[in-house]
Design a protein around this ligand. Structure first.
Ligand code: FE
Length: 335
């Protein structure tokens, strides 16, 4: 009897210790496909403000999604953070994410920057627009992505490879807006106008514009921001595409809560915080992307590029039409 009492006392003692240690160390586990330098300061600030510990694993989105699939219900991950709506759509489509019911996120993030089924939310906006060599081209000669397929740009255009999801998303959104036949004609026109082989990344393509190897090209603005910060004398200028039409192609970096999250409540609170003023400012200062929350003013450097109209097509289209876009680019000879 005495032994039993001791055992009962001991087990309740153990459970108190266990419970209190869980409370003390609330933890969120994140699988992140973002470069650590652009995301870790946000984790650190959240921990400082709330005491919630954030553990994270950084890898490319492909391996992280494979890992989530393989781990299934045993995954330690509460949240997946990655770039490009095409990637977020893939994760939702593979059943790796769960629906989030959050009035805060719905209020902070515009409808075109989030999944209509609320399985993921864009947290920053990346604009993919036209850049030109300011010694060879005048801004007045530029207008739209489609115009870069016309004969006046023959031998003057540079592009990044079609293997990159950014270009797959751009073409997918064009397919949604213009239909397949017109988009294919545009992509064929681009390829006919290439000054040189496609580039492995946006920065190399921008450097080729700066060096005069090409006159115009298409890139994400943050690559331009980072390059110009290092080499301010390069004769490269930004042009906001399609402003007389539907607007410039935008994409997101964003996040969703994993299907088998152990701490979905904590993960949702963190996601809501990421959409708030404080976090949105830090986001854009770190990586030169635009805030997804329209109430937050972008970094001064971004403001200096001028305001622009975003295309309001839901970024989910980038995922839904991704496979079609890849096939179209293949047919058009876009390597
Ligand atoms: Fe990028």
């Amino acid at each position: 009897m005495k032994l039993l009492k001791i055992a009962v006392a001991l087990s309740s003692f153990v459970s108190i210790v266990t419970t209190s240690s869980i409370v003390q160390a609330e933890e969120i586990v994140i699988y992140s496909a973002r470069n650590e330098q652009y995301i870790k300061p946000l984790f650190d600030l959240y921990t400082k403000q709330t005491g919630v510990q954030i553990k994270f694993v950084t890898d490319k989105e492909g391996p992280l999604m494979e890992r989530l699939k393989a781990e299934a219900a045993n995954t330690p991950a509460d949240m997946l953070i990655t770039v490009d709506a095409g990637n977020l759509w893939q994760a939702a489509n593979a059943g790796l994410l769960q629906t989030i019911n959050s009035p805060i996120l719905n209020a902070n993030i515009p409808a075109h920057l989030r999944d209509p089924k609320n399985q993921w939310f864009g947290l920053s906006v990346r604009a993919r627009t036209i850049f030109f060599n300011s010694q060879k081209v005048k801004a007045g000669e530029l207008s739209t992505y489609e115009d870069l397929a016309t004969a006046k740009w023959k031998g003057r255009l540079c592009l990044r490879t079609s293997k990159k999801v950014y270009n797959q998303s751009l073409v997918a959104m064009m397919m949604d807006e213009y239909g397949e036949a017109k988009t294919e004609a545009v992509v064929k026109g681009w390829i006919a106008n290439l000054a040189t082989d496609v580039f492995a990344d946006d920065t190399k393509m921008l450097e080729a514009i700066g060096a005069g190897q090409c006159d115009v090209g298409i890139a994400n603005t943050y690559y331009y921001g980072r390059l110009i910060e290092k080499k301010p004398n390069l004769p490269i200028a930004l042009f906001w595409a399609n402003q007389a039409g539907k607007g410039v192609h935008v994409n997101v970096a964003g996040a969703g809560i994993t299907k088998h999250a152990k701490n979905p409540v904590g993960a949702q609170k963190f996601l809501e915080w990421l959409s708030s003023d404080k976090a949105q400012n830090l986001f854009t200062d770190l990586d030169l992307e635009f805030p997804a929350n329209p109430a937050v003013k972008p970094d001064a450097k971004l403001v200096s590029w001028g305001s622009f109209k975003q295309n309001l097509i839901n970024v989910t289209k980038a995922g839904e039409l991704q496979a079609d876009a890849v096939r179209l680019m293949d047919r058009a000879g876009y390597k």
